[in-house]
Design a protein around this ligand. Structure first.
Ligand code: ADX
Length: 214
């Protein structure tokens, strides 16, 4: 878990309530990269943050599930239940999972409650040309079935809360866009919160404390 500032009342998560950001899009659209960047940015702002990545969840919570529509729905329901639980415990939760169908998106939104849908819009041809795991090549050769975008559907999100085009801009630019929108939606402060002022006591720099102790 990313965590920079603890659980005290000064924690922005404690003040505004935690939330879940769900990054959805085709395989190789940049979900994992953006999830990590977003997690670091939010941890720097003092939030407790957890990332639930589809690739990892499928080796743990959803181990053994495949990619039929039924298995995907089961996988996504499990992830949503875990996300709901984490948000309830004031952990900002970032999910990186394809989440290909309209209906299951509505369901996970209802399960989680404080849910921000982010669509990583990246053309299929770009994802195919990236193909970091060689899975598109295998799917196009018919070696694996039910591959999203090849022989399985990806419903284009109709009303994402945020849409970023991950082929036309650097991940840092997508990140900045997401952070701005989270601020517009009042989930985070517009600027990183300043460290809280000590009340009724003087802060002694650590070097000085050591010198005084000698
Ligand atoms: S989801 O459809 O249930 O949301 P999830 O995000 O968990 O999918 O897993 C997608 C990841 O599994 C992809 O990034 C890819 O690495 C891998 N994968 C293996 N087989 C498939 C497939 N048939 N379709 C999509 N992704 C697959």
């Amino acid at each position: 878990m990313h965590n920079s500032s603890g659980d005290g009342p000064e924690s922005p998560a404690a003040v505004n309530g935690a939330f879940c950001v769900w990054l959805m899009g085709l395989s190789a659209s940049g979900k994992t990269t953006l999830a990590q960047l977003l997690a670091q940015a939010l941890a720097r702002r003092g939030f407790k943050v957890e990332v639930l990545d589809g690739d990892i969840m499928r080796t743990t919570l959803s181990k053994g599930l495949g990619f039929t529509s039924g298995d995907r729905v089961t996988n996504l329901r499990r992830i949503a239940a875990m996300a709901q639980n984490l948000v309830h415990q004031q952990v900002v939760t970032i999910v990186a999972a394809i989440c290909p169908y309209h209906e299951i998106r509505e369901e996970v939104r209802a399960t989680i409650g404080k849910y921000i849908e982010v669509y990583l819009n990246c053309p299929l041809e770009v994802c195919i040309s990236r193909d970091p795991k060689g899975l598109y090549r295998q799917a196009l050769a018919g070696e694996i079935q039910h591959f999203t975008g090849i022989d399985d559907v990806f419903d284009t999100p109709v009303r994402p809360d945020i849409e970023v085009t991950t082929h036309g801009e650097a991940p840092e630019a997508s990140l900045a866009r997401i952070l701005r929108k989270l601020a517009d939606l009042r989930h985070i402060a517009a600027e990183p919160a300043a460290p809280p002022e000590p009340i009724g006591e003087t802060t002694v720099p650590p070097q000085l404390t050591r010198r005084l102790a000698r």
